[in-house]
Design a protein around this ligand. Structure first.
Ligand SMILES: Nc1ncnc2c1ncn2[C@@H]1O[C@H](COP(=O)(O)OP(=O)(O)OP(=O)(O)O)[C@@H](O)[C@H]1O
Length: 148
């Protein structure tokens, strides 16, 4: 089953959106396979966003991610990478549809509350970086009520 890496950024934690965000993924039917509240070091944030290191906003992005604790999660389910990005909404909250997390809770691209892996390959790398111990292995008893 597919897995994705989801991170509630420091603004999402400070604004008390953790329960709301976890609830949206849970209610959809996805399974939580990893969860930690963690404040990361600069080098770690730079590794996570290494692909964006040439961007003009890179330093500000790293400052933002290390500014407070984040909630790092692994979610599992059919098409969870693509569907997770839909639940999150467009990168710039000005373009995020109402009903998405960013559409409902964010205004500025530099404070967009949440990160989600953009591909199965990125998810694999990000889960390995944030959960070197590996996700938690368990099966939801709701599986037959969610999947045909
Ligand atoms: N123009 C910008 N100005 C400031 N911050 C930006 C800008 N563009 C992107 N960012 C920040 O960098 C993050 C990563 O950008 P990316 O283009 O990978 O978007 P994303 O994949 O939707 O976001 P994320 O990786 O956080 O899920 C964005 O979520 C946002 O916080």
């Amino acid at each position: 089953m597919e897995q994705t890496f989801i991170m509630i950024k420091p603004d999402g934690v400070q604004r008390g959106l953790v329960g709301e965000i976890i609830g949206r993924f849970e209610k959809k039917g996805f399974s939580l396979k990893g969860l930690k509240l963690i404040t990361v070091e600069r080098l770690f944030a730079e590794r996570h966003y290494a692909d964006l290191s040439a961007k003009p906003f890179f330093n500000g992005l790293v400052e933002y991610i290390i500014s407070g604790p984040v909630v790092a999660m692994v979610w599992e389910g059919k098409n969870v990478v693509t569907t997770g990005r839909k639940i999150i909404g467009a990168t710039n909250p000005a373009d995020s549809a109402p009903g998405t997390i960013r559409g409902d809770y964010a205004i500025d691209i530099g404070r967009n509350v949440i990160h989600g892996s953009d591909s199965v390959e990125s998810a694999r790398k990000e889960i390995a970086l944030w959960f070197p111990e590996g996700p938690v292995s368990w099966s939801s008893s709701l599986h037959p009520w969610i999947y045909e």
